[in-house]
Ligand binder design. Structure first.
Ligand SMILES: NC(=O)c1ccc[n+]([C@@H]2O[C@H](COP(=O)([O-])OP(=O)(O)OC[C@H]3O[C@@H](n4cnc5c(N)ncnc54)[C@H](OP(=O)(O)O)[C@@H]3O)[C@@H](O)[C@H]2O)c1
Length: 309
């Protein structure tokens, strides 16, 4: 089994390469630099010069990540997330490979979630990241797919794993410095995805040809509130969690003052820190024919946090 893998140098790519190799699969990377052993370049893809019979599975991870500070030019997202996907999919369609696994994101569906995000929701992303991922999905789905090929679009939520805290960084830093979490009065709920669950999902998709083409959310089984997350991180660091229950009304009033006075806490920031974002993995588990993913949200997060010593 040979996999053509883009984005192999990234966080998911490094973990996935090591995992697939340990499972006895071979990998050819698509890189921006010069091709070497077991590597070809994006120029090779564009020029269509590679051996089309060499690969069984294409896994497309390369992408421009969600920029939380919003400093990147919007066009960059479309050039990388949408256009590279088109180039690679054209290559796939003219190849002998059977499977194309595309890494989209839950952000292609929604920036905010009221109840629980499933695949039925009509996508309405607002950020260039989400829009560029959605455009890529739309392109893939618009191309006629030969009956002997599969197209699996994965929409992961925030992924974390040893060596990469995702956006847990901020909380981790606060807890490390003993700074209390002041928003414990809010009971939000968010989904996470531990890298080990993601690796399991990819392995099952590659192995089980009965899993049909389609769009699948990927998330751990349970969610956590930020307050629970703070406690879990503190436990994994062998520290006691410091959480403050400041009345919600008071915090909302302080945030409103922050809107006028440009203070660190304003309404937008408060909303971001306390919003829920729950993702259903029900569709994925139905096709995988499992009741649960192998690792609980607590196990995954503890492993990640402990990896930072
Ligand atoms: N991490 C998450 O929480 C998360 C959640 C949902 C979806 N995803 C998606 O999953 C995929 C992998 O995520 P990740 O966290 O592993 O990302 P990452 O660590 O930022 O790695 C991104 C990869 O894309 C490559 N890349 C970036 N710009 C490129 C360009 N212009 N041309 C070719 N390659 C380029 C990078 O190659 P270089 O080393 O050459 O820069 C790197 O290998 C991404 O598509 C991401 O959008 C991630």
């Amino acid at each position: 089994m040979n996999t053509l893998l883009t984005g192999a140098s990234g966080f998911v790519g490094k973990n996935l390469s090591a995992y697939l190799l340990s499972e006895g699969m071979s990998i050819t990377e698509v890189t921006r630099q010069s091709a070497g052993n077991n590597a070809i370049t994006w120029e090779d893809i564009r020029q269509n010069v590679t051996d089309k019979t060499a690969y069984d599975v294409y896994i497309h991870l390369a992408g421009k990540a969600h920029d939380l500070k919003n400093v990147s030019a919007p066009e960059e997202y479309f050039l990388i997330n949408t256009e590279l996907t088109k180039q690679l999919f054209k290559h796939f369609l003219s190849s002998g490979a059977k499977d194309f696994i595309y890494f989209s994101s839950v952000k292609a569906a929604a920036d905010a979630v009221d109840n629980i995000l499933d695949e039925e929701l009509v996508p309405n992303p607002q950020t260039p990241y989400g829009l560029s991922k959605l455009r890529a999905e739309e392109y893939l789905l618009s191309q006629p797919l030969p009956t002997d090929k599969r197209l699996v679009i994965l929409r992961p939520c925030m992924i974390h794993g040893p060596g990469n805290k995702g956006n847990l960084n901020l909380l981790y830093g606060f807890i490390k410095r003993g700074i209390p979490y002041p928003l414990a009065a809010f009971d939000n709920r968010r989904s996470f995805l531990g890298i080990d669950n993601l690796l399991f999902v990819i392995r099952e998709i590659i192995r089980n040809k009965d899993i049909p083409s389609g769009i699948y959310n990927v998330a751990d089984d349970e969610g956590l509130s930020t307050k629970q997350l703070v406690k879990l991180i503190a436990r994994a660091m062998n520290r006691s969690a410091r959480v403050w229950y400041i009345p919600k009304g008071l915090l909302i009033a302080m945030a409103k003052i922050g809107d006028i006075g440009r203070l660190p806490l304003n309404s937008h920031r408060l909303q971001k820190l306390t919003e829920s974002y729950m993702v259903s993995n029900g569709k994925l588990k139905r096709v995988l024919k499992v009741d649960r993913l192998p690792f609980s949200v607590e196990e995954g997060l503890s492993n990640t946090i402990k990896s930072f010593g």
